[in-house]
Write a protein that binds this ligand. Structure first.
Ligand SMILES: Nc1ncnc2c1ncn2[C@@H]1O[C@H](COP(=O)(O)OP(=O)(O)OP(=O)(O)O)[C@@H](O)[C@H]1O
Ligand SMILES: [Mg+2]
Length: 345
């Protein structure tokens, strides 16, 4: 009881109350300041955390992605997902990356096709040049010793020069158009007439090389196909060019047969050359593919002749394959759809 009384008396004393009040205020403000400082520090930490995860991290990711794009790597995807404005920026980046990738792939593809085209045409230019050289040498050496022979030689040189002219024109046309396709000129052609003309021209060439040419046409005389006569000539020249190149017999024989297959015609060009190994057979239409045997031989070649042939036949809606027996010869078969005309018979 005594202590309680003593405290009441002390607190009632205004002097003591003032001292207590001033001490209390001092301690109170001191604590308040500490609390405010702690709160401010906490806010700063939280803000830093927020800026770090919400802005700095995505900016770093975006920067890394942009560096990949600048270095030409269009496959770099940003995997993290963000919401809000940052998410929108990432979404737009992904859109931009996809479009850039598509356009880059298109450019690369066009460049590749352009290169292929130039090498296709240069490849095919070699054939008429070699022929022209051969015929001119024939004339210079006096092989064309009769007026008829001379006439035939000159006619062939003229035709070969026309082939070259056509190929060079094709190259010029190509270099001016962006879409890289062989500029086909499809016509309705009469099979018998067309192949008779071809055989006549090729026969002359083969005759000078001592190679026998047999021609059999088993399709009705009115049969027609839709084809580009110039490109079809490239096909025949390439196939026969191979038959000549890979001939290993004293007496070379090439047979051209045209067979009737109701809705289509099948052309077979067979030689009695060195033939192709069964394991190589499925690959010979691939670009740059040459069998070991031909790579090791003296005959030059780049392995693109048959890839051009395949492309042209497929662009005509047809298909092509080869059969062969090593040591005995090779036969190239291709099928073209007939153009249905009213049958009067
Ligand atoms: N008639 C054939 N007889 C034997 N092998 C052939 C015959 N035709 C093609 N080949 C083989 O198929 C390969 C591919 O033929 P392709 O015409 O595409 O190329 P290439 O003749 O080697 O070269 P290029 O035609 O570009 O000058 C040849 O290297 C050859 O090995
Ligand atoms: Mg070839």
């Amino acid at each position: 009881m005594g202590i309680r009384k003593f405290l009441m008396e002390v607190l009632d004393d205004p002097q003591i109350t003032m001292i207590v009040e001033s001490k209390f205020m001092r301690y109170f403000w001191g604590d308040m300041m500490l609390v405010i400082v702690i709160i401010l520090i906490l806010i700063a930490i939280l803000m830093k955390q927020f800026i770090q995860t919400g802005l700095v991290k995505p900016m770093r990711e975006m920067n890394a992605a942009m560096q990949h794009i600048a270095a030409g790597d269009m496959d770099y995807k940003i995997t993290n997902c963000y919401s809000g404005e940052v998410g929108e920026v990432f979404h737009n980046y992904e859109d931009m990356r996809r479009k850039l990738k598509e356009s880059m792939e298109k450019t690369i593809d066009n460049e590749k096709k352009n290169r292929e085209l130039v090498s296709n045409i240069s490849h095919d230019l070699k054939t008429p040049i070699t022929s022209i050289k051969g015929y001119v040498e024939g004339i210079m050496d006096g092989v064309a010793d009769t007026p008829e022979k001379m006439d035939r030689y000159i006619k062939t040189i003229y035709n070969k020069a026309n082939d070259m002219d056509r190929l060079i024109n094709e190259l010029t046309v190509y270099s001016h158009i962006d879409a890289n396709r062989i500029p086909y000129n499809f016509h309705q052609i009469n099979v018998a007439e067309y192949f008779n003309d071809c055989v006549e021209e090729v026969g002359l060439d083969l005759e000078s090389k001592n190679i026998k040419l047999d021609f059999t046409n088993l399709v009705p005389s009115q049969t027609q196909v839709i084809a580009d006569p110039e490109q079809m000539r490239r096909v025949i020249n390439n196939i026969i060019g191979n038959s000549v190149k890979y001939l290993d017999k004293e007496e070379g024989i090439i047979e051209i047969r045209i067979l009737d297959e109701i809705d289509s015609i099948r052309i077979e060009i067979e030689d009695n050359g060195k033939g192709i190994n069964q394991k190589d057979l499925p690959n010979i239409f691939e670009r740059f593919y040459r069998t070991d045997a031909s790579r090791n031989s003296k005959q030059g070649g780049s392995g693109i002749g048959l890839s051009i042939v395949k492309k042209i036949i497929e662009d005509h809606g047809g298909y092509i394959w080869a059969t062969s027996k090593e040591g005995e010869g090779t036969c190239i078969h291709f099928v073209l759809r007939k153009y249905e005309v009213e049958n009067d018979e």
